[in-house]
Design a protein around this ligand. Sequence first.
Ligand code: IYR
Length: 222
Amino acid sequence: MNAGKHILYKGEQLSEEEVQKRSTAFFQFMDKRRSVRFFSEQPVPKVIIENLIKTASSAPSGAHKQPWTFCVISNPSVKSEIRKAAEKEEYLSYNGRMSEEWLDDLKAIGTDWHKPFLERAPYLIIIFKKAYDFNEDGGKSKNYYVNESVGIAAGFLITAIHQAGLATLTHTPSPMNFLEKILNRPKNERAFLLLPVGYPTADATVPDLERKDLEEISVWFE
Ligand code: IYR
């Protein structure tokens, strides 16, 4: 094999009992995560957001290309501009672009075209996927499995936000290309996901939903 330099992986060597304990505790912790739409205006120090993004960027990616850019918005006038543009698209979506079945499926969630969290949350993190990159001489270099890679990084980010004690939701205004314009992104970047980040309000509510049982989501070949 024509491999690059490899180094020793310093993985932890834990007892089976410890691994079992950890996996249970982590499931119970992650099971408490919810998409939250009500944010407090309590400020979040920048260093916390930096740590969250570094965690997201530790995700695996096709050929280790890390085909993502995280745009971090705390500037109130940029947040307002994003809210205005998102609500314009969402109004059209909720009033004609989305099917009756779709609108019906969203009733339990209770969403509509109003998106106050886009201004209230102290930070908006917008993940852009890079269809390709530019090399030093301005030529194009290929990225691989871009959707899978950026989706995994988004999962890492959501997990890190929850672990830090903050709240978020995955907002996907459709179409999202207004974000590329407002944030002046290069032509190899497409908006992938928008995550408002902050502390939840003390009286934040979430829909009363249940998760599928293990039996419904898994098939075992033993
Ligand atoms: N993007 C819209 C609609 C929406 C779609 C799905 I699927 C959701 O799970 C929730 C909302 C919005 O953000 O309101």
